[in-house]
Design a protein around this ligand. Structure first.
Ligand code: KET
Length: 423
């Protein structure tokens, strides 16, 4: 026996009680996809942008920014000036270029490890400052929201959001749940391109939601992971936040540049929290900095420099805005193509929701069994809730996808025909 085996045999068995954590519903789709040797497999799981060849892209604005920051010292730790630039430019994107909040310095902002890290920082801040509060999450929502607030030890509740029959917003139920929550509750809202449903409130509905939040003194926390992907226009996609701003709410906002700049691997994001005055902003910022310092010190600097350059250089920013529009338009085109293809195949099911929904995802209505068949028989991978990442649909694979969906929904179609005959 080697010395290390003897030593190991004597050691306390530290990890015997540990069982594997449940698989992440999104990452496990990627794992299953990677393990499939089929040459024509399709990954419609993770919400990351792909071009019409199904490949991740490096945007032109990123290349231009990279060329300009080439001489930066990436090995130095994150300087205050670099972080402040990212925070200020990010805040302008959500609150508006001329926003008073920014002019008056009434917000606390810190760079974050992409959207996930920004949500986590806020959840930690919430626990620290309001230990007995809870967070209201939409039902459904991005699965990781549940994990983030669970791990921050903040109690959670859901509020109704989506109606499976209409495949649209359940506005009455949403308003009821907002009304019935205790005054002064924290609510997480997706300001645009709701994940996973692709269903957003209309402008008028946002106004009503904001008014009710005012009456109830609720705190709106916006998770902005897809700015630009709903309409192709970053300003338009920020309008929900602007309504709340105009109504005088204090807001929290998590921003991610993973999708709209194609920088998933760089993990660049920002968390901002609006305050009543500068003194509060200084205090909140220092709390956030302390939380970040214990979690990861400071974020990697390369991505921060890239994003700051893209946002602060007018020419590069103009290129970016055009590229966002191109990405959003491609996704919209694929929605139309998928619906068209299903209708041409003679599907008797209603596929209007594919084009009614917005953003990166289509909440298809496919059942877990149908999703399973798509993977096993057609090598098409998506999450079990039937969410299709439209960014993975291309001109080449859209008809194959439609055919496969048509096949696995055959019994739903028969049931519908039968139902119509009986009626
Ligand atoms: N918020 C929402 C609503 C969201 O969909 C994501 C990512 C994030 C935050 C996190 O973004 P990031 O900047 O990558 O940390 N969603 C996609 C990717 C993922 O889960 O990792 C997805 O739902 O597929």
């Amino acid at each position: 026996m080697s010395t290390s085996t003897v030593a190991r045999a004597r050691a306390i068995r530290w990890w015997d009680h540990v069982t594997p954590a449940p698989k992440d519903p999104i990452n496990s789709v990627t794992e299953a996809f990677l393990a499939d040797p089929c040459p024509y497999k399709i990954n419609l799981g993770v919400g990351a942008y792909r071009d019409d060849e199904g490949k991740p892209i490096v945007l032109q604005c990123v290349r231009e920014a990279q060329a300009k920051i080439e001489s930066s010292n990436f090995l130095e730790s994150n300087s205050t000036a670099v972080s402040s630039k990212l925070v200020e430019e990010s805040a302008k994107l959500v609150y508006g270029e001329d926003s008073d909040v920014i002019k008056e310095g009434r917000f606390a902002g810190v760079p974050a490890l992409s959207g996930t890290g920004a949500c986590h920082l806020f959840a930690e801040l919430q626990r620290r400052l309001y230990p007995n509060s809870r967070i209201y999450l939409p039902d459904p929502t991005w699965s990781n929201h549940h994990n983030i607030w669970r791990d921050a030890h903040v109690a959670k509740k859901t509020f109704r959001y989506y109606h499976p029959d209409s495949k649209g917003l359940d506005f009455m139920a949403l308003m009821d749940d907002v009304k019935n929550a205790p005054d002064g509750s924290f609510f997480l809202l997706h300001p645009c391109a709701h994940n996973p449903t692709g269903v957003d409130p209309s402008y008028e509905q946002w106004k009503e939601i904001s008014s009710l939040f005012k009456v109830k003194n609720h705190f709106p926390f916006f998770d902005m992971a897809y700015q630009g992907f709903a309409s192709g226009d970053l300003e338009r996609d920020a309008r929900a936040i602007r309504i709340f701003l105009e109504d005088g709410h204090l807001i929290g906002c998590a921003q991610s540049f993973a999708k709209n700049m194609g920088l998933y691997g760089h993990r660049v994001g920002c968390l901002s929290v609006l305050c009543d005055d500068k003194t509060q902003a200084v205090a909140i910022k220092s709390q956030l900095q302390q939380i970040a310092r214990t979690m990861y010190g400071s974020p990697p600097i390369h991505g921060i420099l890239l994003v700051s350059k893209i946002l602060s250089d007018p020419d590069i920013k103009a290129t970016w805005l055009k590229e966002v529009k191109v990405m959003a338009t491609r996704v919209q085109r694929m929605r139309a193509a998928l619906r068209d293809s299903l209708e041409k195949l003679g599907s008797s099911l209603d596929w209007q929701h594919i084009t009614n929904q917005v953003g990166m995802f289509c909440f298809s209505g496919l059942t877990p069994d149908e999703v399973d068949r798509l993977a096993k028989e057609f090598h098409i991978y998506m999450t079990y809730d039937g969410r299709i990442s439209m960014a993975g649909v291309t001109t080449k694979n859209v008809d194959y996808l439609a055919n496969a969906i048509h096949e696995v929904t055959a019994s739903d179609q028969d049931a519908k025909v039968l139902c119509n005959l009986r009626a």
